[in-house]
Design a protein around this ligand. Structure first.
Ligand SMILES: [Cu+2]
Length: 110
């Protein structure tokens, strides 16, 4: 394949991947859900931070906080789905996956 066509093919592939994996905005804190865990499991962020969870696992998971009423309450996220929350109030927000309660994480807002 001529070099230009190969470069174009690579560009098309990159564009397709970028379209398939929506990137978090600059300044967001990204948490990945994969292999039955939240990574990083604990994040510490300043108040006002937009936190985005992305499910990279091949089965559904939720982001559900322990508090009542729940600060975090996602529906089941399929592969590639995202859930996000802007944390305006300082505090420690513990959360888990309601489908697999052993999956746990914490967001500390300062
Ligand atoms: Cu789960």
């Amino acid at each position: 394949m001529p070099r230009t066509r190969r470069a174009l093919a690579a560009l098309a592939l990159f564009a397709a991947l970028a379209w398939l994996t929506p990137a978090a905005q600059a300044g967001d804190t990204a948490i990945t859900i994969d292999n039955f865990s939240f990574t990083p499991a604990r994040v510490t962020v300043p108040a006002g931070t937009h936190v985005v969870w992305t499910n990279r696992d091949d089965i559904p998971h939720t982001v559900t906080s322990d508090d009542k009423p729940r600060t975090l309450k996602s529906s089941p996220l399929d592969t590639g789905d995202q859930y996000s929350m802007t944390f305006d109030k300082p505090g420690t927000y513990a959360y888990f996956c309601s489908l697999h309660p052993h999956m746990q994480g914490t967001v500390v807002v300062q």
